[in-house]
Unconditional design. Structure first.
Length: 329
């Protein structure tokens, strides 16, 4: 997989200082925390995002999920005012500093992320994926890192692999999470990042005008009409910036999902090659309406025995996609 680039949201300045001091990123014991942990892979690049500024460039060199992390350094538990819930940071990334900078998101180089942030009316999200153009730009910002990193002193601890389940009575956060739609989105995005899988997918939906080697697959993209689940676009557009828009639903695809996808397609106009709705199943009415609107339908299957919780990698490796061509399932 080619490396992705993410901006990691930090909740307060003290936590930012700890992240930079120890070259660590941490995510909470929540569905969004484990989602981010699954999204960001070893070898990816990250920057910290705080107060509308991007801080430094790092490469991810390790990932750990730590048991009983509520009493472990470096970040203290955090309580959110809106919900009153307290969270701690079991999901962690070990980082290698590459470049040192503090840059405003007002810079044109951050336009892709800044638009996402603005249309979301604030952070309220653990991470934002940026495109390859942004990564190329930040790879030239500031200076090469030349500062010290203080290794974090930790007592003895044990690690675990987070699991996902479709059985509500098996949920045991942070060890076992429900298999939610955002986890499915991350699964499909990582599946499509593989160029062979992407080529098969484009063939599945009848797109033969785009070359997989020239494309990138990005997670959630904000537009005025909402949030596109997966955006497939040309990495280096020349003349045209062609795109394929993908909407993902955990259960049955609905006619309202088609309407939402059609709005996204209209936003990009003729540069949108096609829209694709991926779901577990579709009714006859949705199949017929998708044909009327020129939207492609794809059914996903996860070929696993869900009688026991599963790892994210097991889910990703067992994912299968198949076109729906007018039949009723």
């Amino acid at each position: 997989m080619p490396p992705a680039y993410f901006l990691i949201s930090v909740s307060n300045r003290r936590n930012l200082e700890l992240c930079i001091k120890h070259a660590l990123a941490g995510f909470t014991n929540s569905i969004t925390g484990v989602w981010t942990f699954c999204e960001v892979r070893e070898g990816d690049f990250v920057s910290f995002l705080y107060a509308a500024r991007a801080h430094n460039l790092y490469r991810v060199v390790g990932r750990e999920a730590i048991k009983n992390a509520d009493a472990l350094p470096p970040w203290p538990p955090i309580t959110f005012r809106e919900s009153g819930r307290t969270y701690y940071f079991p999901f962690r990334l070990h980082l290698k500093p590459i470049r040192e900078f503090t840059e405003s998101l007002v810079r044109s180089e951050f336009a892709y992320v800044a638009e996402n942030l603005l249309l979301r009316a604030g952070y309220r999200k653990t991470h934002f994926q940026a495109d390859q153009t942004t990564l190329q730009s930040v790879s030239q910002m500031g200076d090469l890192w030349n500062g010290p990193i203080k290794p974090l002193e930790m007592p003895e601890y044990s690690i675990f692999t987070p699991l996902f389940t479709r059985q509500p009575d098996e949920v045991n956060i942070p060890l076992i999470f429900p298999f939610r739609e955002i986890i499915l989105q991350a699964t499909i995005r990582q599946h499509l990042v593989n160029k062979s899988n992407l080529a098969a997918f484009l063939n599945l939906v009848g797109v033969n005008t785009l070359q997989p080697a020239q494309l990138e697959v990005l997670g959630e993209k904000a537009v005025p009409e909402g949030h596109i689940d997966i955006l497939i676009k040309e990495s280096v557009p020349i003349g045209l910036a062609r795109k394929v828009i993908v909407e993902v639903k955990l259960r049955r695809g609905q006619e309202s999902d088609l309407a939402q996808l059609a709005d996204y397609m209209n936003e990009f106009g003729n540069e949108c090659i096609t829209g694709v709705l991926i779901a577990e199943s579709f009714s006859r009415a949705v199949i017929a309406e998708a044909g009327n609107q020129g939207i492609k339908l794809v059914r996903y299957r996860v070929k696993l025995d869900w009688s026991m919780p599963r790892t994210f990698d097991e889910i990703r490796q067992s994912l299968q996609l198949e076109a729906v061509r007018g039949e009723h399932k």
